[in-house]
Design a protein around this ligand. Structure first.
Ligand code: COA
Length: 330
């Protein structure tokens, strides 16, 4: 019988633009207050990229760090996957631009779109490619510039989002008990119109009308998104835990998608985990979609909250709706 191939995590990295947009800054742009944003979301500030800095640049900076921590060169990577809903262009993929920055050729690259669940979906894709023996070393990136698809006159959404990128290097391993231990994914597209970006695709190609009506920016029904997010994140976290064969006591830290502090607290309560074992950095980042779980994981490792051998669980939820969880050993 052929031996099963495991997947281990060789390194992680993250990158944020320098510019900080605080709640006080937002008070000058829309009718809002630091008090409202803090109590309703937990967000105090978020990072915003420069007008002419593309998503691939954030992806590149995070990837350089991840490769350094993995102690390998870009030339050793067999596949690059970039999870994003804010690509540099519709075509080619942001993964192509990232590859070009590294100057490596002939290796396959592609983007993955699963909104805020993108990085966890990407972990599943990476694990499948490695387990099948097709590729041995994969660079997986979650990179977003949500500031560029935000309506800065809409107080319902503009206070929530930010920019940033995180990266992970995964590799084949003979060991089954390290790296990616289990994954559970799901989606229910009947909810598509609760969180979406109407124009720029084939339904509403870019036109004078789409620009005038601000259809190139995120539209959201926050209250409805909130309710489904809590239920699905708690459910998928439990499913992945069961699949991993571990118990909640084995999990050192849960790293949930950072969309709203109240969603995070409600999910923790539902699965019976004290907040001391839930990683939160939303106050500094806002919601950065597919980059949230990986940048939070990288920070948890860097600040020593997760150490070699520890088990963590990433839990995500996003537009679609999509959701997913991965139990990992660092
Ligand atoms: N500042 C001040 N007031 C605001 C505001 C802001 N930035 N945004 C909305 N409001 C107002 C609303 O207009 C509403 O006023 P009204 O009662 O006069 O109509 C009031 O605040 C309450 O709005 P409500 O919808 O009840 O707030 P909420 O408690 O549901 O919080 C969200 C709103 C968006 C923070 C919350 O619903 C949320 O986070 N949802 C999930 C969003 C999300 O996670 N999206 C990404 C998923 S991946």
């Amino acid at each position: 019988m052929t031996k099963k191939i495991g997947t281990k995590i060789l390194g992680t990295g993250s990158f944020f633009p320098d510019k900080i947009l605080t709640n006080a800054d937002l008070e000058k742009i829309v009718d809002t207050s630091d008090e409202w944003i803090t109590t309703r979301t937990g967000i105090k500030e978020r990072r915003i990229s420069q007008e002419h800095t593309p998503t691939s640049e954030l992806a590149y900076q995070a990837s350089v760090q991840a490769l350094k921590s993995a102690n390998i060169s870009a030339a050793e990577i067999d596949l690059i996957v970039v999870a994003t809903i804010t690509p540099d262009m519709m075509c080619p993929s942001t993964a192509c631009f990232l590859q070009n920055k590294f100057g490596i050729k002939t290796k396959p690259v592609f983007d993955l779109a699963a909104a805020c669940s993108g990085f966890v979906y990407g972990i599943a894709v990476a694990k499948a490619f490695i387990a099948s023996g097709i590729y041995k070393k994969i660079l997986l990136v979650g990179a977003e510039e949500l500031s560029k698809i935000t309506d800065w006159t809409d107080r319902n959404t503009c206070v929530l989002f930010g920019d940033g990128a995180g990266a992970m290097v995964l590799s084949a391993s003979e060991e089954q008990e390290e790296g990616i231990l289990s994954i559970s994914l799901g989606a229910d597209a009947s909810y598509w119109d609760l969180l979406y970006l109407p124009a720029g695709g084939t339904v509403n190609p870019a036109s004078e009308r789409t620009v005038k009506e601000k259809l190139h920016t995120i539209k959201m029904h926050g209250k409805e998104v909130f309710k489904v997010a809590v239920v699905k994140m708690a459910q998928v976290a439990e499913e992945a835990l069961i699949l991993s064969g571990k118990s909640l006591d084995d999990i050192k830290l849960i790293i949930p998608h950072q969309a709203n502090m109240r969603i995070i607290e409600a999910v923790a309560k539902k699965i019976g985990l004290p907040m001391e074992r839930v990683f939160v950095n939303i106050h500094k980042t806002g919601n950065i979609s597919s980059a949230t779980t990986i940048t939070a994981l990288d920070e948890a490792i860097k600040c020593g909250k997760l150490q070699k051998g520890d088990i963590a669980e990433l839990v995500a939820f996003g537009g679609g709706f999509t959701w997913g969880a991965a139990v990992i050993r660092i």
